[in-house]
Design a protein around this ligand. Structure first.
Ligand SMILES: Cc1cc2nc3c(=O)[nH]c(=O)nc-3n(C[C@H](O)[C@H](O)[C@H](O)COP(=O)(O)OP(=O)(O)OC[C@H]3O[C@@H](n4cnc5c(N)ncnc54)[C@H](O)[C@@H]3O)c2cc1C
Ligand code: SF4
Length: 479
């Protein structure tokens, strides 16, 4: 199996004329597949000491039964390992690829904490389920009994899809509405292919479709169909729309051409990789090739932008962040990857404006230092006077985070309560919103978060919806 993947990679590499691109493909290959040959997975799994205090499991948002599937993998019982792993996780091979394991399961492995290097849990999880796909163990959902009740899910990201999966397993009729032309949410159009290959997401979408989930794509709720229409059509509704309003930058020159939002840049890049026609890539707007690129921000989205720009052939890629390396929100592993690929990080810098006539030619940069800690203990950046300079740039990408859209207003819904951050208010456990029979999960409730948390929310919402349907069923029977 590992050999098949290697052959696939070698053929890709052979077809690439440009040596640098080929080298990047090699790095992607290492990142995606490196070290996951069968022997390596068993060896890693065998390193688990079965410590009896599974901090890895408690720190995995899904509480995956990690020690047991590691043991089964070490014993070569991969099919059983797969059955156990997929019992708690709708997309184990996706989480294995993109969870920030250093902050979750692996960061809490006792072997890691005793200084001997973590068991590579994510890599083993990915290996188990990739093998399951290759062996044909992953099959479309088959419900034991089909039920008449239906649930409408708005948003085909991991939160919505996880709920769809759990509901279909119980025979509930599920329709997923999404404004994009492909399902997967940010797994399809946000996260770059070098971190998460799109075939991996697509085969899951297909599996759900084959299992009876109905997808209504290119359907923008609030525009193409009303929220109340969906509510009237289904026995329960789940909102899983994510957060897409990009935080913006002001200052002189902020309206110049060549200053773009991270989500637009990444979506265009993903579409190009799907083979779609993207006029704004063809005309150069979202193409970093031959450009001096400056990315503003220090989170994982910024890391995805810098690494995408490198792959598109930018002449230089710099990342401005207002705090220092130790205080950046993005994963240290991602920073290391970016640095290895030639990205320059300019710590303790903040944009103050932009230069250029119509097209941006530079970023006015203020130098910062870290001041006294605020109430959370985090040091606030403060500007160093008279230390500004200009960083030359042909393309500036703003990666400053995302906020929720104003759904009650966009959808014209009275009574759908939101928090002061604009996220939907949903009960911590049941995920039910202020509207009867309407649930909400994922980023639209948590704010920008992680795939694994969206999956957990989706699972919990499905449990609550099933309880509601069962309750209603018993009430109908009693009447
Ligand atoms: C660039 C980037 C990189 C990331 N990298 C990682 C990573 O490496 N690891 C990780 O764990 N997480 C990562 N994340 C975060 C992760 O992708 C999100 O936390 C997760 O996708 C949230 O899932 P969700 O289901 O809540 O929403 P989303 O994945 O955002 O899906 C929401 C869906 O709802 C649809 N929708 C929205 N409004 C409407 C409407 N009105 N009508 C119909 N459909 C609608 C959207 O089209 C979308 O398909 C990243 C995020 C970004 C932006
Ligand atoms: S789902 Fe994520 S946190 Fe949980 S075991 Fe897998 S990689 Fe670790």
């Amino acid at each position: 199996m590992a050999e098949q993947r290697l052959l696939k990679f070698v053929s890709v590499e052979r077809d690439m004329p440009d040596k640098r691109q080929a080298e990047l493909r090699r790095m992607d290959f290492q990142e995606i597949y490196g070290e996951f040959a069968e022997a390596k997975a068993a060896e890693q799994a065998g390193r688990c000491s079965q410590c009896g205090v599974p901090y890895c499991q408690t720190h995995c948002p899904l509480h995956n039964n990690i020690p047991d599937w590691l043991k089964l993998t070490a014993e070569g019982r991969l099919r059983e390992a797969y059955e156990l792993s997929q019992a708690t996780n709708t997309f184990p091979e996706i989480c294995g690829r993109i969870c920030p394991q250093d902050r979750l399961c692996e960061g809490n492995c006792v072997i890691e904490q005793s200084g001997h290097g973590t068991v590579t849990i994510g890599a083993v999880e990915k290996y188990i389920t990739d093998t399951a796909w290759e062996e044909g163990w992953v099959q479309p959902i088959t419900a034991r009994v089909e039920r008449t009740e239906s649930v409408g899910i708005i948003g085909a990201g991991p939160g919505g899809l996880a709920a769809a999966d759990f509901l279909r397993r119980e025979g509930v009729q599920v329709t997923v509405y999404d404004r994009y032309d492909r399902a997967g949410g940010l797994m399809t159009y946000g996260i770059p292919g070098f971190k998460l290959e799109k075939e991996v997401v697509e085969r899951r979408n297909d599996q759900l479709s084959q299992g009876g989930v109905e997808f209504v794509l290119n359907c923008d709720v609030g525009v193409d169909v009303g929220f109340e229409d969906i509510r009237a059509k289904h026995d329960a509704v789940l909102i899983a729309t994510g957060v897409y309003k990009s935080r913006d930058l002001g200052g002189p020159g902020s309206g110049l051409d060549g200053i773009e939002r991270a989500i637009d840049f990444l979506t265009a890049s993903n579409r190009v990789n799907f083979g779609d026609s993207v006029p704004d890539f063809d005309n150069g707007r979202f193409n970093a090739s031959g450009k001096r690129v400056v990315v503003i921000g220090g989170g994982d989205t910024a890391m995805d932008c810098v690494r995408t720009a490198v792959r598109q052939g930018a002449t230089s890629v710099k990342c401005l962040y207002r705090r220092d390396r130790a205080n950046m929100p993005g994963s240290q592993r991602e920073v290391a990857n970016a640095e290895e690929e030639g990205v320059e990080f300019i710590w303790l810098t903040a944009p103050k404006g932009f230069t250029g006539e119509d097209q941006v030619s530079g970023v006015r940069v203020g130098r910062m230092r870290l001041g006294v800690p605020d109430s959370t203990g985090r040091q606030s950046p403060e500007e160093i006077p008279d230390a500004d300079y200009t960083e030359d740039a042909d393309l500036v990408i703003k990666a400053l985070g995302f906020e929720p859209e104003d759904l009650p207003k966009l959808w014209g819904v009275d009574g759908l309560e939101v928090t002061r951050w604009g996220t939907i208010k949903a009960d911590f456990r049941s995920k039910e919103t202020s509207l009867d029979g309407v649930y909400a999960v994922g980023d639209i409730v948590r704010g920008a978060s992680l795939v694994v948390w969206a999956i957990r929310d989706g699972r919990e919402a499905a449990e609550s919806i099933l309880a509601r349907l069962a309750d209603r069923g018993s009430r109908v029977a009693a009447e």
